[in-house]
Design a protein around this ligand. Structure first.
Ligand SMILES: Nc1ncnc2c1ncn2[C@@H]1O[C@H](COP(=O)(O)OP(=O)(O)OP(=O)(O)O)[C@@H](O)[C@H]1O
Length: 249
């Protein structure tokens, strides 16, 4: 089964609650970056984070989502992952989606490192047998030793990040959705982490990454989608010219 993502006229509108006062509303309505902010007469203020996105991604595509802060990159990733339900249009996905963001969501602080690894593995679509098969390797990569049998509430934030990174990158994804977090972290860890992310991308059939980093786009991607105020304004194979335009936009 080949991997595919098709978005047809997809819109995501957030209703804004608690924006009281005339001047605040007026300010919001006049912002020129981010999703378009609007209001129906007599109704609440809303933000169109995505507005009529059409995009067809296929097996072999390594797509960079680029655009200003607030252009809609994260919203698009979350919509592809099924985390957000579009308020308009249709999303068709063929293949198992592995979203690699919100690493820290869903952690059980009372459970041990090992138990959290198992939980996250299952959440990412691994079978119980797969989790068991990878458990040793994940533990070794995390470098946490005896801590793995202690509740994660006593971990430092760096320790927890390592553990979640280790399990999240152990899978063999069909459709891999990445946020720029993969470039965060301390440098010694990132060197080892980078190899692991490269392996993960190589094993995937289709990859989408939201990023502001030109070097990353050149290294990892073969296509670019440029977002502006919730719309895809350009999409095509990566060329120096397209990348120049995308980064200047
Ligand atoms: N949960 C939410 N509720 C209300 N508005 C939201 C929500 N999430 C995003 N938005 C708005 O939707 C628009 C798109 O946001 P999104 O996070 O997708 O942008 P982005 O391109 O990923 O930005 P960045 O590069 O800064 O991460 C922005 O105007 C943002 O304010």
């Amino acid at each position: 089964m080949s991997a595919e993502i098709r978005l047809e006229d997809v819109s995501v509108r957030f209703q804004i609650f608690g924006l009281h006062g005339r001047s605040l509303k007026k300010t919001a309505l006049n912002l020129s970056t981010g999703g378009r902010i609007g209001r129906e007469p007599g109704a609440r203020v809303h933000i169109d984070a995505l507005a009529g996105v059409n995009l067809h991604l296929q097996e072999g595509d390594r797509v960079a989502l680029v655009g200003h802060n607030g252009a809609g990159k994260s919203t698009l990733l979350r919509t592809m992952a099924g985390i957000y339900e579009p308020t308009g249009g249709r999303v068709h996905v063929r293949g198992r989606v592995s979203p690699m963001f919100d690493l820290m969501v869903g952690i059980n602080p009372e459970a041990t490192g090992r138990e959290n690894v198992r939980l996250r593995g299952l959440l990412l679509g691994m079978s119980a047998a797969e989790v068991d098969a990878y458990a040793g390797e994940i533990s070794a990569f995390s470098g946490l030793g005896g801590y793995l049998d202690l509740p994660v509430k006593i971990y430092s934030s760096g320790m927890l990040l390592r553990l979640m990174f280790a399990v999240t990158t152990a899978i063999s994804p069909q459709i891999l959705l990445l946020d720029e977090w993969i470039t965060a972290g301390d440098s010694a860890f990132m060197e080892r982490a980078e190899q692991r992310v490269n392996g993960l991308i190589d094993r995937s059939a289709l990859m989408v990454i939201a990023t502001h980093n030109r070097v990353l786009v050149e290294r990892l991607c073969n296509k670019v989608a440029v977002l502006e105020q919730g719309r895809v304004v350009e999409f095509g194979p990566l060329t120096p010219l397209l990348l120049d335009r995308a980064m200047a936009a």
